[in-house]
Design a protein around this ligand. Structure first.
Ligand SMILES: NC(=O)c1ccc[n+]([C@@H]2O[C@H](COP(=O)([O-])OP(=O)(O)OC[C@H]3O[C@@H](n4cnc5c(N)ncnc54)[C@H](O)[C@@H]3O)[C@@H](O)[C@H]2O)c1
Length: 292
């Protein structure tokens, strides 16, 4: 397929590009406002399958034009969190919120209008409120699935919650396009967190997802068929606070949360079973993307 990756120069974009080059035969159009200063070796080896284009995707017409003739879109472009040191600054909050929701709307709308088959949209577990919350986040139950109430209270989390509404709206208007919105947790090759961060990382429940596994989820999502919009958690099935028991972490840091499923030992606080149902994705194992 001809796959467009928007926001391709960022951390997740590079992981998906490398994974797609290694495991599929897709032709890739890489869009970003700034091209990476140096491309990994694999990009040079597969240069016949890659095109880089510098585009400001806040410009709807430019985004729509870039999607002409493509089969599917992975959209990652945005500001991936509140701006460091400026959590209390309204202007920074407006920049994060407005940039993210404008980019995601452009992505969904342009893909649907251009007749693409599928869109995989980067979302975050922060859509329900989490690490950036101005107050200690209060979760209702563990493990958290996609039915948990939205309690976003900061600009980044709100932008992610709105992305999910945008997906629903575009899906009602364009039922033929298949939209999948992927709630990622901290995307990283390595799982551990330093011991002194255990309390802080409790705000978003010690979660993570391996970068290659996250990349696989996006490639499975653009193969999904049948129309409609689904939101899925893409989170590892183990927590990162190694050596700490999940039941003890829950009781210590989030005593108000109802325990509805297995929360013990090394188990995760997020339930990604829907991703397995909808995409065949599992953090380890699960379905591989098809080559074509
Ligand atoms: N990295 C994580 O752990 C993580 C976790 C949860 C969710 N996410 C989400 O995944 C997505 C990608 O995250 P990332 O870590 O790769 O972020 P990143 O900042 O590394 O990459 C984002 C890319 O978007 C591009 N971009 C921003 N504005 C643009 C514009 N107007 N036009 C074109 N390109 C533009 C940037 O140049 C950058 O290359 C984000 O939506 C983020 O919220 C990431």
């Amino acid at each position: 397929m001809k796959l467009v990756i928007a926001g391709s120069s960022g951390g997740v974009g590079q992981a998906i590009t490398l994974y797609a080059l290694a495991h599929t035969s897709h032709t890739l159009l890489l869009l970003d406002k700034s091209l990476p200063p140096s491309a990994p070796e694999a990009f040079h080896q597969h240069s016949h399958r890659l095109e880089h284009r510098a585009v400001d995707l806040l410009d709807y017409r430019a985004y729509r034009t870039a999607l002409e003739g493509a089969d599917a879109l992975i959209h990652l472009a945005g500001i991936p969190g509140l701006i460091k040191g400026k959590w209390d600054d309204g202007e920074s909050a407006a920049l994060v919120h407005n940039t993210n929701v404008q980019l995601s709307f452009n992505a969904f709308q342009a893909a649907a209008e251009a007749g693409l088959k599928a869109v995989a949209m980067a979302d975050s577990i922060n859509a329900i409120g989490g690490v950036y919350s101005p107050h200690d986040p209060k979760y209702d139950f563990f493990p958290i699935d996609e039915t948990h109430a939205i309690k976003a209270a900061d600009a980044y989390s709100l932008s992610k919650a709105i992305i999910e509404l945008q997906g629903d709206a575009i899906s009602r208007a364009y039922p033929a396009v298949t939209l999948t919105t992927l709630r990622l947790h901290h995307v990283t090759p390595a799982k551990r967190i330093p011991a002194e961060w255990v309390a802080r990382a409790g705000r978003d429940l010690w979660g993570w997802v391996n970068d290659e596994s996250a990349a696989r989820a996006f490639l499975l999502a653009v193969e999904r068929e049948g129309g409609g919009h689904e939101v899925v958690n893409i989170v590892g099935d183990d927590h990162r606070a190694e050596g700490h028991d999940a039941a003890h972490l829950a009781a210590t840091y989030h005593p108000q949360a109802e325990i509805r499923g297995e929360v013990k030992g090394g188990s995760a606080f997020y339930d990604s079973a829907k991703a397995e149902r909808v995409l065949g994705w599992k953090h380890l194992g699960g379905r591989m993307p098809s080559k074509e």
